[in-house]
Design a protein around this ligand. Structure first.
Ligand code: HOZ
Length: 429
């Protein structure tokens, strides 16, 4: 496989962009080799600048649930662009997208559109603090909520593989109100709440963790968080940037039957464009300026092209409820292929899957939390990643990300992937 052009662009990029990338995981540091520079993507495939085409399981890290460049989404964006790219004034599309989101997630009575998941979470936390008049928050070790200062504490995603779970450049005073509990460990939450509960503004959680690989909530864990936050008058924030509109049209909150006070969304709601949102109970969201005293603003918030992509994507998903069953089946088939390989070859493999999100960890410990996730043999993952790439299949370039499946992956492509997974020869470079 020729990758000369990617390599050349990577060399040039490194001269002007730190590490040659605009988001660390893209640099392939966790798997070795140089990143592929992508020329275009269509449906379930991406093509690099050297002309190599791959079956894509990164799916832009989640947004491409319909596959890349869905014709209806592209057409909606083109139409919006022709009318102007940004106005910094209200539009009909913003309202329609907000209505669609509210309809899908009854816990969201009002919402604000922003540009990225990081911004959505940062704003939701500010609202929680403004509403409760409390400063502390609790997050979970290995959960990732974007790169705002107060949340870069024991974070997941590339913060995990680049060894900066606590980033330099974040003053200690910015994180002293961030308490860290253990995912799926009620006792650790209970302990913090007993000590600090009446000063805790919110507990924020990825309802299905998808930034330390995929880790499912244990039965009752999310319900426990709902109860304990109510008990102490704190808010429960579901970070559904990844799970929203992916686990089902109503997100993880619908799947697990839990109604959070605030929700953050991103990825799918922008249909591939930079768009995110935070929302929740009306009384809480009415704290946001200009109604209330919690300030949050943005020149490109509710951008016309991004909202057009989001509306088209959500309308397609809403009108095809069967897609979610198909995605679940595809996820199960891929998970089963990993399990079969593990059993047949006596390999240490733990497979976690929730709908179209999945991850195979190279460890013999069931993966329920951060510590079990990092017991995974990342060199083994790196070898598997390179093998899959050679087989024309593009996986996340890190053990600690999810494998994303889209509506565009055909049954044949899933079978082809399952075969490649099963046939993975155990080798190391
Ligand atoms: N935080 C994202 C993965 N969980 C990274 C996205 C990107 O590099 O595009």
């Amino acid at each position: 496989m020729k990758t000369d052009k990617s390599r050349e662009l990577f060399c040039r990029s490194r001269q002007v962009i730190p590490g040659g990338v605009n988001s660390p995981v893209r640099a392939f540091q966790a798997v070795g080799g140089d990143p592929l520079f992508i020329q275009r993507a269509q449906g379930s495939h991406i093509t690099d600048v050297d002309g190599n085409t791959y079956l894509d399981y990164v799916c832009s890290w989640g947004p491409a649930i319909l596959g890349h460049a869905h014709p209806r989404v592209v057409e909606a964006v083109q139409k919006a662009c022709a009318d102007g790219l940004s106005f910094g004034a209200p539009t009909r599309r913003e309202m329609i997208l907000a209505e669609l989101i509210k309809e899908a997630m009854p816990s969201i009575e009002k919402l604000r559109l922003v540009n990225s998941g990081t911004e959505a979470v940062m704003s939701a936390i500010r609202v929680a603090r403004g509403y409760t008049k409390r400063d502390r928050i609790i997050k979970f070790k290995g959960n990732y909520h974007g790169h705002s200062d107060g949340l870069l504490v024991k974070a997941g995603s590339a913060a995990l593989t680049t060894a900066v779970p606590d980033s330099a450049g974040v003053p200690r005073s910015y994180t002293e109100n961030t308490l860290v509990a253990l995912y799926n460990d009620r006792a650790s939450v209970q302990e913090l709440m007993e000590k600090y509960g009446h000063t805790v503004a919110a507990i924020i959680v990825e309802p299905v963790a998808a930034n330390m690989g995929v880790v499912l909530p244990q039965p009752g864990f999310l319900g426990f968080l709902r109860d304990i936050t109510r008990e102490y008058g704190a808010l429960l924030i579901f970070d559904e940037v990844i799970t929203g509109f992916r686990l089902g049209y109503g997100g993880a909150q619908e799947q697990y039957g839990i109604s959070p006070d605030l929700t953050t969304l991103g990825k799918i709601i922008g249909g591939g464009m930079p768009l995110a949102a935070y929302g929740g109970k009306e009384e809480i969201m009415n704290q946001v300026s200009p109604m209330g005293h919690v300030y949050q603003a943005g020149t490109l918030s509710g951008n016309p092209a991004a909202t057009a992509a989001g509306i088209a994507t959500l309308e397609i998903l809403r009108d095809h409820p069967g897609y979610y069953q198909e995605l679940e089946e595809k996820g199960q088939q891929l998970a089963q292929a990993f399990r079969q390989r593990g059993e047949e070859r006596g390999e240490r493999l733990q497979v976690n899957q929730a709908g179209s999100l999945l991850c195979a960890f190279h460890t013999d410990r069931p993966v329920l939390d951060y510590d079990s996730a990092v017991s995974s043999d990342t060199q083994e993952y790196a070898a598997f990643f390179r093998y899959m790439l050679e087989a024309g299949i593009y996986m996340a370039p890190s053990q600690y990300e999810a494998m994303f499946v889209s509506v565009a992956h055909t049954p044949q492509e899933i079978q082809q992937t399952c075969q490649a997974i099963r046939e993975y020869p155990k080798y190391r470079r």
